[in-house]
Design a protein around this ligand. Structure first.
Ligand code: ATP
Ligand code: MG
Length: 388
């Protein structure tokens, strides 16, 4: 019923016509059955990568060593991945080498949770070898096969478990929850970037409290950067206003503020990008003044648009009834939002006979402060007169 599937059906049919099996697999099947929007359509097939390439006119080798070929069709790219097993796991991480197989069931067997191990044929028939449909109905996250073994094979699956708990609002099935508690320490073998990706999605999910609660209960947080020793703060975060957070700027600002840690060092430990780190840093600095209602024009201007939004967002979780809309309006109404909005320029000062040098820069800075705080209008003539 989703148009994304409709458009891709001819791809499956073409592979079948060539004598192979092909299915929609993974998150797109799960999300479609849950009535959620789907992002990308993943296709799995019994055809080997070279066989896939022989079927379609235009393909790109996006991940051929993992068995993935991108098929280009009317401007859309579809990832077509050969059924595979991941038999040789080392160091609790996903293996680099994979073995291609011809059996769908073996491919489903290597997937993390039963709800992620569903396959759909072009005609809509669901191939459910591990009772994923029942778990979808029951809103349960259950490891495919033995949960202890699965988390041993790939410890990232534990972060995926708590991420899906939050993203989907599902519950961990008992043996899966137990395996999480038993194997939490294996998370130390996983790259920070990969942990961070799942953690961000947890923070942005519809049931953040459930995901955080499992991280606390299982002790997973202990193996995340700079979270050890912060159980009380994380519990506080869990107990805040349960509205879904829509922006990662807000999520990381709120997290950093509740933990009471230094933003730059914290974000660096989590290997977050510099622009996000900068936004969070300025947002956390602005936050106390927002919460006490004392933030002035200059503080808002200095924080900048992204940090003002992030701080307002975070404040609305920290303080029930926080006047988010009023603060956003106040920021919008500032006479200027970036330095280049100032009506006075250095050239105007030179033309007016001012000598080049540090006093020119100081004059511009003073004019800027006066405009932002509302003492002078942002008008070239008025500013020039005031500077003189
Ligand atoms: P979303 O698209 O919302 O992130 P997803 O389930 O599609 O969810 P992906 O990371 O895109 O997540 O992975 C696609 C599929 O690949 C999953 O549904 C699952 O079947 C399988 N998979 C992904 N990562 C793992 C893993 N670490 N261990 C086992 N199977 C995995
Ligand atoms: Mg996906």
């Amino acid at each position: 019923t989703h148009p994304e599937f409709q458009a891709a059906i001819p791809i499956l049919q073409k592979i079948e016509a060539a004598g192979f099996e092909a299915y929609f697999v993974g998150g797109c099947v799960r999300d479609a059955l849950l009535g959620l929007p789907i992002h990308d359509v993943d296709i799995a097939t019994s055809a080997y990568p070279q066989e896939v390439k022989a079927i379609f006119r235009r393909t790109v080798d996006t991940g051929i060593q993992h068995g993935t070929v991108m098929v280009l069709d009317h401007g859309t790219g579809y990832e077509v991945t050969t059924f595979r097993t991941e038999s040789t796991y080392q160091d609790f991480r996903r293996p680099d080498a994979v073995t291609f197989v011809r059996s769908l069931k073996e491919d489903q067997l290597r997937r993390d949770f039963t709800i992620n191990a569903l396959a759909a044929r072009h005609d809509g028939l669901i191939i459910d070898n591990f009772n994923g449909l029942a778990d979808l109905d029951a809103h349960l996250l259950r490891a495919v096969g033995n949960a202890q073994d699965r988390f041993h094979e790939d410890a990232l699956r534990m972060m995926r478990a708590v991420r899906f708990e939050s993203q989907l609002g599902f519950t961990l099935e008992a043996a899966t929850a137990q395996a999480l508690a038993d194997n939490a320490s294996l998370l130390q073998h996983i790259a920070v970037e990969r942990i961070a990706t799942e953690f961000t999605r947890l923070l942005l999910g519809i049931n953040r409290a459930a995901g955080l609660s499992s991280m606390l209960q299982a002790g997973l947080y202990t193996y995340c950067p700079l979270l050890v020793g912060h159980k009380a703060e994380l519990s506080r975060l869990q107990a805040l206003d349960s509205r879904q957070i829509k922006h990662e700027d807000v999520a990381w600002t709120l997290l950093t503020a509740v933990l009471g840690v230094k933003p730059v060092a914290f974000m660096k430990a989590w290997k977050q990008p510099n622009d996000l780190t900068g936004t969070v840093d300025h947002a956390v600095k602005l936050l106390p003044a927002l919460l006490t209602g004392t933030a002035d024009n200059l503080a808002l201007f200095n924080a900048g648009a992204a940090s003002v939004s992030a701080a307002i967002g975070a404040a609305s979780y920290l303080q029930p009834g926080f006047a988010a809309a009023a603060w956003q309006a106040r920021y919008q109404a500032l006479p200027m939002h970036t330095a280049k909005d100032l009506a006075l320029t250095g050239q105007m000062l030179l033309d007016a006979g001012m000598q080049p040098g540090p006093q020119l820069g100081r004059a511009l800075a003073q004019a800027r402060t006066a405009v932002i705080s509302g003492q002078l209008p942002n008008d070239a003539a008025a500013l020039l007169a005031a500077v003189k």
